[in-house]
Design a protein around this ligand. Sequence first.
Ligand code: ADP
Ligand code: MG
Length: 329
Amino acid sequence: MLSEFDLIKKYFVRARPVRAALGIGDDCALLAPSPGMQLAISSDMLVEGRHFLPGADPRKLGHKCLAVNLSDLAAMGAKPVAFTLALALPASDERWLEPFAQGLFELADQYDCELIGGDTTKGPLTINITVFGELAPGHALRRAAARPGDDVWISGTLGDARLALAGYWGEQRLSAADQEAAAVRMHEPQPRVALGMALASGEGAVEGATLARAALDISDGLVGDIAHILKASGVGATLDVDALPAGPVLARQPLALRREFTAAGGDDYELCFTAPRAHREAVLEAARRTGTPVTRVGTIDAAPGLRWTDAAGAPLALALAGFDHFSAG
Ligand code: ADP
Ligand code: MG
């Protein structure tokens, strides 16, 4: 069995030269942001039995634990730079560590995001990553920045991850092929880094420094998450539930389920953002440039609260709630 230090050396210290001023091996790593840039920092923790099932595929876990963190950088519009990894492991099991490191570094390399340190201890399987990104001052897409009249946009599609979970739980009966397709969204989310950076850039902006105003990534379901933007910005919104882009598997399910899982699914890791109406064309251009589909789903209003309509514009009373770890038992 590998010791703690052999394990770190074998799986987490890499041969390539480090770009951080000092990488793994000392008491701290040293990181110098590019001149004039701000650091964007975020942590996200995955706990076995809470965020993933016992026995989950370690390669996919390696991908997902970094992906959910990169998704936070994307939601701010920041460029990924580096991350730390704090790991509690029940045992130093190389059959787990090797695929985990593979999944992790495959995604890290895709975004040129460097592992610069961490902590390793024995304990119930818990993975905590802190990411560091960079951003020009004044370009962060903050939750408090939405304004009445802004369009509300969603990247990609929603609901397939939630549908996969319903399949695992036996709430929904899916064919094996559908279950597998939906499960990809649950286990291997793709952070919308390129889109987030484009929305935070000034390219195409005529009102303000950035293309989008407020943004966040949808992790606990759109209803719950958009409420954070509305509250922080002191505004409301009217959304067309039937405009919400459903994942390809969910798109073939009945209307009521489509509405529920697009509006209040979870584990989507898509961006929800607001942008001035005057930026409509520029937002679509940024979406094309970054190869990320976007859909306009509603408008920010001055009146507080979230209102829903159907495709015909008729008001709808939807009783949906976001996911909350402490009320979900
Ligand atoms: P300390 O006792 O000073 O906290 P450790 O002995 O825990 O340091 O770790 C030694 C070095 O290995 C440090 O540079 C730390 O950042 C790094 N490290 C520990 N665990 C990990 C990990 N899971 N991934 C990457 N680096 C790690
Ligand atoms: Mg330590």
